[in-house]
Design a protein around this ligand. Structure first.
Ligand code: ZN
Length: 77
């Protein structure tokens, strides 16, 4: 699985809305790919932080989409 596909799956992975098989693929991939590992960590932190800001209320889907979009752009190259 290439990095581009992993990045697309990261949001689902963090939301735990992902099939077991795909989750394992991501976990295998980040073991060998530092780039995706750091993307995952950054994304997770950002999402967690935004949840704190929203005081554990559900983060608006729109905000989440914007975050993921920015992350995707940042790591596109
Ligand atoms: Zn990768």
């Amino acid at each position: 699985m290439n990095c581009r596909k992993i990045i697309k799956l990261i949001s689902d992975y963090i939301d735990r809305e992902i099939e077991e098989v795909k989750r394992e693929m991501i976990e295998e991939h980040i073991k060998i790919c530092k780039k995706c590992e750091s993307i995952l960590n950054t994304t997770e932190k950002t999402i967690k932080l935004s949840k704190v800001i929203y005081k554990n209320k559900k983060v608006p889907k729109r905000l989440e989409k914007i975050l993921y979009y920015q992350i995707r752009i940042r790591y596109k190259k």
